[in-house]
Design a protein around this ligand. Structure first.
Ligand code: TRH
Length: 393
């Protein structure tokens, strides 16, 4: 049986990762697969940062081929569906958000019961493959939920990647006009001969040391910081403003605060830089597809649970065909950037950047090789469609 339509439910827990992933998946299902997609979002204001056309007050709207509807999560929450509402072929609850019981009842009573998917967070840990596609029957209703895990290994759902992404990147990189348009949009000019770094991060204890190191270093560094948490911190450290358009030069460091752009345009920033600092989940994946050396500020969790995830990811990078000293440089910078205890001393932080800098050519090759390998996992949206087609009753 074929799948033609989707309801995707998203709650914005924090930041932009949840809506970032859901919006990317929704667009891809609509645009590449030609499916009908309804995207339910509990915080349209956050969504509007990624997609400025979104009207946070509209009860229903269409954007990029996707129908967008507000909702409120929670088992007891009312479900704002019109009379005769039928769930689509697949219902995705993203990141274990709580679907209203009223919706589950409609799903159970539908003439053809929808495939019910819990789309999970991304992790490089090995247990992911064991839990991917696992079934979980509802305790009372005749419904079965399946867990779908993104991942970096076979037997996982893979990573979101639009089919035209590689071609778009190549076209961008070979077009001086496209590059000029990017700089125009960012509101700055490239600094000739500088190492170009994008820096998308949370507040970070290592940032003052890194900025000072770039300021005092022998090499010019142009650091492009999207407006937000890291820009505010950098502005405070350097005594400047955090608003887009701010340019601050000290020693060999030029800091540019760049505007937060619509999601489709974020990739161009990564493609145009020599090194990308990324964070969370979605920008990490975009950083990989950009095939440039990257450092990951992982979303912090209680009791340092995120460190297990970070180390699992670093271990996969180390196994992707890079030399031990290259893998060590990557691990060192990511540990320092994520405030591992071994890197509390600023001198160790300085050494971590120096080692990473020295390995840049090898890191560029290694990241490119790894992202090519990861493409063999197939893209998450297509993998999800195939899985759901098998589940249809
Ligand atoms: O915003 P995040 O920190 O989101 C986090 C993580 O996803 C984390 O895993 C999750 O648990 C937590 O939210 C609740 O980082 P992330 O995932 O990279 O999402 C940022 C999104 O913002 C991504 O889709 C790219 C997008 N973006 C733009 O659209 N324009 C921009 O200018 C920038 C800098 C980012």
């Amino acid at each position: 049986m074929t799948i033609r339509s989707w309801d995707i439910f998203c709650t914005v827990v924090d930041n932009f990762g949840d809506i970032g992933v859901c919006w990317r998946l929704a667009r891809q299902l609509a645009q590449e697969h030609g499916h009908a997609v309804r995207l339910w979002v509990d915080d349209l204001h956050s969504f509007a940062r990624l997609a400025p056309e979104i009207d946070p007050t509209a009860p229903t709207q269409r954007l990029s081929g996707v129908e967008v509807r507000p909702w409120q999560q929670g088992t007891d929450a009312p479900f704002p569906a019109e009379d005769g509402f039928l769930p689509h072929d697949v219902v995705v609850e993203a990141f274990a958000c709580d679907l209203p019981y009223a919706l589950l009842q409609r799903m159970a009573a539908a003439p053809r019961k929808p495939v019910w998917i819990n789309l999970e967070y991304l992790s490089a840990e090995s247990w992911v493959a064991e839990h991917h596609r696992m079934a979980s029957p509802h305790p009372r209703l005749p419904l079965v939920k399946h867990f779908f895990f993104p991942g970096f290994a076979h037997d996982t759902g893979g990573l979101l990647r639009e089919s035209m992404l590689g071609a778009q990147r190549d076209a961008f990189l070979s077009s001086p006009a496209a590059l000029a348009a990017l700089w125009h949009r960012l509101g700055f000019q490239p600094v000739a001969g500088a190492l170009r770094v994008s820096l998308f991060a949370y507040e970070n204890p290592m940032l003052p040391t890194l900025l000072a190191q770039w300021r005092d270093g022998a090499e010019p560094v142009q650091c492009l910081v999207p407006q937000g948490l890291a820009a505010q911190q950098a502005a405070q450290v350097l005594g400047t403003a955090a608003t887009p358009g701010t340019r601050h030069a000290q020693g060999n460091l030029t800091l540019n605060v760049v505007p937060f752009v619509r999601q489709e345009l974020f990739d161009e920033l990564l493609w145009a830089c020599d090194v990308n600092f990324v964070r969370g989940e979605d920008s990490l994946v975009r950083g990989l597809w950009a095939a440039r050396p990257l450092a990951w500020h992982i979303y912090p969790q209680d009791e340092h649970a995120h460190r297990v995830k970070l180390d699992a990811w670093l271990a996969r990078f180390a196994r992707a065909g890079v030399a031990p000293e290259t893998a060590a440089a990557m691990t060192g910078l990511c540990h320092a950037w994520n405030a591992y205890d071994d890197y509390a001393d600023p001198a160790r932080q300085v050494a971590a950047w120096e080692a990473f800098r020295a390995q840049l050519p090898a890191l560029a090759k290694g990241t490119d090789r790894w992202q090519r390998q990861l493409q063999h996992l197939g893209d998450l949206a297509a993998n999800l469609v195939s899985f759901c087609e098998i589940q249809v009753e």
